[in-house]
Design a protein around this ligand. Structure first.
Ligand code: ZN
Ligand code: ZN
Length: 164
């Protein structure tokens, strides 16, 4: 049986990773520091054993967000990718190619929780195609993001022999 692994990376494809084996846990963190680091209402994390994480293309840049924590991100496109602290390494759950396979099972940092996050699922919802007439460019959109799968070559990577 093949060893199980999960793949992911930043939106431009300059940084790609594999997580070998099972995560320690999958969570969201509501703390204010994670809100700022992700530019989001909360941050989704896959906690890993550091030895299980392989950087298969590029590597994250680091910002020391405190005396104990560094946060990794793609230096080219800015996608948040890691949280590294004395108690472990987490990867940004939304950066995985198939986040649906890694659903969160707990919440951290609830003292910083934005009250409306409990009600997001009750907001009115629209599919992207719902009102295409008000945003006709959506019909012709061409993504520059890396696909949700491993690619042998990618235009965002600088050191690939197949670049043209
Ligand atoms: Zn990138
Ligand atoms: Zn946090």
């Amino acid at each position: 049986m093949a060893m199980q692994f999960y793949t992911g990376g930043c939106q431009c494809g300059a940084v790609r990773f594999r997580l070998h084996g099972k995560p320690r846990d999958v969570s969201i963190c509501h703390c204010r520091m994670c809100q700022k680091a992700f530019g989001n209402y909360f941050a989704p994390f896959v906690a890993c054993h550091p030895a299980d994480v392989e950087w298969t293309r590029g590597a994250p840049k680091q910002f020391a967000s405190s005396n104990f924590v560094t946060r990794g991100f793609c230096g080219d496109c800015g996608t948040p990718l890691t949280y590294e602290a004395p108690d472990g390494l987490s990867l940004a759950a939304g950066a995985f190619d198939d986040p649906a396979t890694l659903p969160p099972t707990l919440q951290y940092g609830t003292e910083g929780k934005l009250p409306f996050t409990d009600h997001l699922s009750r907001l009115p919802g629209h599919h992207t195609d719902f009102d295409i007439e008000s945003a006709p460019f959506l019909a012709d959109i061409v993504s520059n993001q890396h696909p949700d799968e491993e690619m042998p070559f990618w235009r965002g990577s600088l050191s690939q022999p197949g670049d043209e």
